[in-house]
Each structure stands twice: as C-alpha cells, then as structure tokens.
Design a protein around this ligand. Structure first.
Ligand SMILES: O=c1ccn([C@@H]2O[C@H](COP(=O)(O)O)[C@@H](O)[C@H]2O)c(=O)[nH]1
Length: 232
C-alpha cells in the first residue's frame, strides 16, 4: 500500500471518478466529510470497485455507546482505515475499536486512528482559543498515549510530532500526517505544515495530501513525485 494518501475533497461522484481515471495502479485515498456528505457512503463502494484503498476520515466524536454503534456500521463497508477524535477520551476510543471488531464479524477490522490536534491548529490557537495549556507537542503526545492505551493503531498528527510519538509509543504505532505542502505551495488554512521530504526524514508512516495533488497542473505526476520521496 502506498505511503501517500490522497484526500478526495470533492463534492461529486463525477469529479472523483474523473480524478481517479488518471491512475492505473491502486492509490490510497481518503474519503472525508465533504465527499461523504455530498454523495453518501455509497461513494465508498464506488471507489473500492475501482480498486483503491480507503481511509474513511469521518472523525467520530460522541459518547462511547454512539461511537461504538457508528463504528460497527462503518466496519461493514470494508475500508482500510477510519478514525475518531482523541478528545473524546479513552472510553470512547475503546468503544470505537469494540464497534469495529463487532462490525468486522471476526474478519480483519479497519485500522483505527485518533486525531490529536488538527494540523490547522497553531500553538497560539490551542492555548488561547481552545484553552488548552502547554505546548502542542505535549498535548499531541498525551493524546497519542491515550490512543495507544485504548487500543488504537495510531494517530493523526503533524510531521513535527511524529518522531517523538514513535519514541514514546513505539515504531509500530502509526503516524498519519496531513498538513503536507510542496515548497512552492500556499499553506492555505493549515498551520503545522511540512514537506514530503521532512515527513520522510521524521519517519511518518503515511502522509495525507489533498490540494497539493488535486489542484496541481498534473496531479498524477505530482503524486508520483511525492510517493517517490516517501518510498525512497
Ligand atoms: O489534523 C488534520 C486532520 C485531517 N486533515 C485532513 O487532511 C486533508 C488535508 O488536505 P490539504 O488540502 O492537503 O490541506 C483534508 O482532507 C483534511 O480534512 C487535516 O488536514 N488535518
């Protein structure tokens, strides 16, 4: 499976099918809120039938019982990876894994990862708007340790926290890192950004790349250039 996960932040099935037509080999793609709310969960089956691997990024965050029920139903879609917000706490994250196991009915459950602090959150915003004291790295590490204690397979974090998370939680605890930009790209709404090269150097397991690929003049060539860095 590739190490570059392409965020399919489109609003119609036609755009997705058109975009994926360029790729003759299976790609690891991310289906998030924009696409799911536009097309419904049927889009998962459409993309699966095209042969691609799927990270279903719906970031569940609710009471444990509700998350368990939600995950039980999501597991039946046969996606490769899905997620919750670590902010929901350890009991909620444990419930997510239980739901996935039940939904997978003895088969292989999807990987479950926890979103720590969004890559669009700066140090200043975390302290002043969210009212969370301390450094982003300490908060992200704390969430990562909670996620590990709950039985999750890894976390979503920025490239800048990935090395420390592996040191503390182990090399097999996955780090999935959005906020990826090529040196020439605009940062847009992201705050904790890094290049694919730095992601590789910091040992990130997967990078999530949206606009740098989907809005590139040649998305396939850009994807291949980024994937070559990650696999290099
Ligand atoms: O902390 C997070 C969690 C998820 N995302 C998602 O990743 C992509 C990034 O898109 P870009 O266009 O490359 O900025 C997007 O789908 C987000 O929902 C994130 O950016 N940060």
């Amino acid at each position: 499976m590739s190490k570059t996960i392409v965020a399919l932040d489109f609003s119609s099935k036609e755009e997705v099918v058109d975009f994926l037509k360029q790729f003759t080999e299976p790609v690891y793609v991310k289906i998030g809120m924009e696409l799911t709310y536009a097309c419904g969960l049927e889009i998962v089956e459409t993309v699966k039938k095209m042969g691609h691997h799927i990270f279903l990024d719906l970031k569940l965050h609710d009471i444990p019982n509700t998350v368990k029920g939600g995950m039980k139903n999501l597991a039946r879609l046969g996606v490769d990876m899905t997620n919750v917000h670590c902010g929901g706490g350890i009991a909620m994250m444990k419930a997510a894994v239980e739901g996935l196991k039940e939904g997978a009915q003895g088969g292989e459950r999807p990987l479950c990862i926890g979103v720590t602090q969004l890559t669009s959150t700066s140090q200043e915003a975390m302290n002043e708007e969210l009212g969370i004291e301390g450094s982003v790295i300490d908060c992200v590490l704390h969430y990562a340790q909670n996620a590990k204690a709950a039985g999750l397979d890894g976390v979503v974090c920025s490239v800048h926290e990935a090395k420390k998370i592996h040191e503390v939680c182990g090399d097999d605890f996955l780090t999935v890192t959005p906020g990826i930009r090529l040196a020439s790209d605009s940062v847009d709404d992201q705050k904790r950004v890094a290049t694919p090269q730095l992601a590789k150097e910091e040992g990130c397991d997967y990078i999530v790349v949206g606009r740098s690929i989907t809005k590139a003049n040649d998305p396939k060539a850009t994807y291949e250039q980024i994937e070559a860095i990650m696999e290099g």
